[in-house]
Design a protein around this ligand. Structure first.
Ligand SMILES: [Zn+2]
Length: 170
């Protein structure tokens, strides 16, 4: 029997409930395009968000990162990750912003990241890693919340757009 490594997040009914509650409270299903979702997250988070795609082979463990500055937020994605992972990482960081998860000590642990995060506070990230690394960075409950809400965001954006057309012609 194959044995999959444990995910670096947990998913229990309480986490699922909180993710759905936030999703509903912020009416995220009304965002029907990636641009509209970005606008919603910016409006709710209260800070402009820039997305920086970096191409840096030194960054090996982190595939997405939320860095918060006084007047803005930055989400870092790896340019060479598969598009699927970039989207997943973006939505995971959106979820951290929506939950307003606090900064976590140890999040800036990867030394190669420092020049990308200087002057800011790292408040969320996605790791592609083994269990050793993921367990080192902390809060599995917050990671679970970000992962689940991120999946809800992805799912709502994947709804076929003809649903809207059908409503018009309904
Ligand atoms: Zn995270």
């Amino acid at each position: 029997m194959s044995h999959a490594p444990a995910a670096p997040w947990v998913e229990d009914p309480e986490i699922v409930r909180r993710a759905h509650e936030l999703f509903d409270r912020y009416d995220l299903s009304s965002a029907r395009s990636p641009e509209a979702m970005m606008d919603r997250v910016i409006a709710i988070g209260g800070k402009p968000i820039s997305v920086q795609k970096i191409d840096d082979p030194a960054i090996t463990h982190t595939t997405a990162l939320w860095v918060e500055y006084e007047d803005r937020s930055k989400i870092i994605l790896r340019a060479n990750d598969r598009p699927y992972y970039q989207v997943r990482g973006l939505h995971h960081e959106f979820a951290h912003i929506l939950f307003q998860h606090p900064a976590c000590t140890g999040l800036a642990a990867e030394p190669s990241l420092i020049r990308y995060t200087e002057g800011g506070v790292v408040r969320g990230r996605v790791l592609i890693s083994d269990d050793d690394v993921s367990s080192a960075h902390g809060n599995r409950q917050q990671e679970g919340e970000a992962e689940y809400l991120g999946a809800l965001i992805t799912r709502t954006l994947l709804r076929p757009i003809y649903f809207d057309d059908e409503r018009i012609f309904g």
